[in-house]
Design a protein around this ligand. Structure first.
Ligand code: MD3
Ligand code: FE
Length: 220
C-alpha cells in the first residue's frame, strides 16, 4: 500500500516549516532552505570561485579556525588593524561577488516569517568550518545599524550553536543547527552573545566533511 508518507519519503521539501522561538525576537526555521538547496549550492560555488575562502587574521594576530568569504556590496573582514566591513575583497582588490538572487530572496522570506518585513541584506558572510573549527562567544557589533535582523543559513555538518545573554558570563542555551535550518535574530536579541562549539567529525552527503554558514546582514 502506498501511503502519503511513502510518496514523499525521498523529497526533502514536503515538510511544513517548523518554527522554534529561541528568544523574544529570535526564531529557528527548521529545514526552511531545503526546497531551494540545489540552486543555493550552485550559487555558492559561483561566489566562491571568484572570492575564495581564506583564514583571516584577528587583530590579536591569530588565524581564525573558520575560513571566510563574502558576497554582496560589503564583506566582513579582519586583519591586524581590526574588524570591519569593506566593499573590496582584500585578497583580490576587486569588489565582492554580487549576492545571488536566491540568497537574497531566501533571507528576506525567512526574516518575514520572524516578523521583520522588507529585510534587504547588503552583505552575506560565508563561514566554512571543518571538524574542530569553532567560533568563541562574541557579539556582532561591526554593522552600522542594529535595527535590521541577522539571518543565518546552516549547511552541511551539524553544529551546536550557543545563544547567550548580554554579558559574556551569561550561561548560553545550546541549539543544534542542521543542514537547511535558518535562524533569525533581531530587535532586543540582536546584541546577544553567541558562538559555535567545535564541529564534530562527520560526512555530510551533500557537503562532505564541513559545515558552511551564511549570515545575511544589513551592514552599511
Ligand atoms: C545571534 N556565525 O559570523 S550564526 C558570525 O554559525 C557568527 O557561523 C555563527 O556568529 C555561525 O558572526 C553563528 C549567526 C549569528 C550571527 C549574528 C548574531 C547569530 C547571532 C547576532 C546576535 C545573536
Ligand atoms: Fe556572530
Amino acid at each position: 500500500m502506498q501511503t502519503t508518507f511513502d510518496l514523499f519519503a525521498d523529497t526533502e521539501s514536503t515538510q511544513p516549516p517548523r518554527a522554534e522561538q529561541i528568544g523574544e525576537q529570535s526564531w529557528v526555521l527548521r529545514g526552511f532552505a531545503l526546497p531551494d538547496m540545489d540552486t543555493l549550492l550552485l550559487a555558492l560555488d559561483v561566489v566562491l570561485a571568484s572570492a575564495a575562502l581564506r583564514h583571516m587574521v584577528t587583530p590579536g594576530g591569530f588565524s581564525m579556525s573558520v575560513a571566510t568569504s563574502s558576497c554582496g556590496a560589503l564583506g566582513w573582514i579582519t586583519d591586524r588593524s581590526g574588524y570591519r566591513y569593506s566593499s573590496v575583497d582584500p585578497a583580490t582588490g576587486q569588489p565582492w561577488p554580487r549576492m545571488p538572487e536566491v540568497f537574497c530572496s531566501l533571507a528576506r522570506a525567512a526574516a518575514t516569517h520572524a516578523g521583520f518585513a522588507d529585510f534587504t541584506p547588503d552583505s552575506c558572510l560565508i563561514n566554512r568550518y571543518v571538524p574542530g573549527a569553532k567560533m568563541s562567544l562574541h557579539q556582532d557589533k561591526d554593522e552600522k545599524a542594529y535595527a535590521a535582523p541577522i539571518v543565518s543559513l546552516s549547511l552541511g555538518l551539524p553544529a551546536m550553536f550557543l545563544f547567550g545573554g548580554f554579558e559574556r558570563s551569561d550561561k548560553p542555551q545550546r541549539i543544534p543547527l542542521l543542514h537547511g535550518d535558518m535562524v533569525i535574530w533581531g530587535g532586543v536579541d540582536r546584541l546577544r552573545y553567541h558562538g559555535v562549539l567545535p564541529i564534530k567529525p562527520g560526512q555530510h552527503p551533500r557537503l562532505g566533511e564541513q559545515r558552511v554558514n551564511l549570515t545575511f546582514r544589513s551592514a552599511g
